[in-house]
Design a protein around this ligand. Structure first.
Ligand SMILES: Cc1cc2nc3c(=O)[nH]c(=O)nc-3n(C[C@H](O)[C@H](O)[C@H](O)COP(=O)(O)OP(=O)(O)OC[C@H]3O[C@@H](n4cnc5c(N)ncnc54)[C@H](O)[C@@H]3O)c2cc1C
Length: 239
């Protein structure tokens, strides 16, 4: 049960509070408030000035507490990410939910998170050891520290595909590809593992998707192959 609420005004204070084992940071709090679990203290990041979208040459730096609403409305944000931020949640929750919370939650079927993987997003993370820059798979392998910002390329071409029970439902499987100006193509899939993953198209057969009432493991693998082929072809690469 949550019994303590902190709203630090400096990152140093937030880092110290986050060292407690019974505390969690919150961005929008849409997950933490819905499922508090054993959490005793929450550390609200909203007074730290971590929201905003800045262009830095060919890249964008998006602050961790930037809301999904601000991302979906951001003219500098690539269209694919804007569209997927809008699809992620209903409008009331988009006003609260943040980019950092969406990444840390690691939802297997998050289309926005799948796209961030395809774009090769780099996370800026702080903890008592200082600041580090890691990609999303590395963060999933060791999910510690506070995400303060996310760096994404503002260039290149992207394509998305999804299959859900209905057009507006969450995807059973989704695929996003991104082709950088130098021709590098990255493919990411959602709904095929515990979190969205980047995959080599040739390695899709090695995936072992969890099955559920919406689709068996074999069905999800089949969808993954079909959707991957489409998004790779859509960015002009050879499937
Ligand atoms: C009714 C409802 C429907 C939902 N539907 C969907 C859906 O369809 N698809 C989907 O993907 N999600 C869904 N969610 C989950 C959730 O709303 C989103 O994942 C949301 O984007 C999380 O963002 P947040 O800022 O609110 O996260 P929070 O609840 O604030 O935090 C989520 C997790 O991230 C951690 N965290 C937050 N910020 C940071 C940070 N800066 N650095 C490190 N860790 C951090 C927290 O400690 C916590 O573990 C739904 C939630 C609700 C309540």
């Amino acid at each position: 049960m949550i019994t303590e609420y902190y709203r630090p005004e400096s990152l140093a204070e937030a880092i110290d509070l986050n060292a407690r084992t019974d505390s969690v940071v919150i961005g929008g709090g849409t997950i933490v408030n819905a499922q508090p679990g054993d959490v005793a203290a929450v550390i609200d990041l909203q007074a730290l000035g971590l929201s905003g979208i800045e262009r830095d040459g060919d890249h964008l730096r998006i602050g961790a507490t930037t809301t999904l609403k601000a991302i979906s409305d951001g003219p500098a944000v690539p269209t694919t990410l804007r569209d997927l931020a809008r699809r992620e949640l209903p409008s009331g929750l988009r006003e609260r939910a943040t980019l950092g919370g969406t990444i840390a939650a690691g939802d297997a079927e998050s289309e926005l998170l799948t796209a961030l993987l395809a774009f090769g997003a780099i996370l800026e993370i702080v903890d008592r050891d200082g600041t580090r820059s890691v990609d999303i798979p590395s963060f999933f392998a060791a999910p510690t520290g506070i995400i303060v910002a996310v760096d994404i390329p503002g260039t290149g071409t992207a394509a998305t595909e999804r299959t859900g029970r209905t057009p507006m439902d969450r995807p059973i499987v989704c695929a996003v590809s991104h082709r950088a100006p130098d021709g590098t193509v990255r493919l990411a899939l959602g709904g095929v593992s515990d979190t969205p993953v980047t995959v080599d198209p040739a390695g899709i057969d090695d995936l072992e998707p969890p099955g559920d009432f919406r689709g068996s493991s074999a069905f999800r693998k089949h969808l993954a192959k079909v959707l991957a082929k489409r998004v790779i072809a859509a960015v002009g690469a050879t499937p």
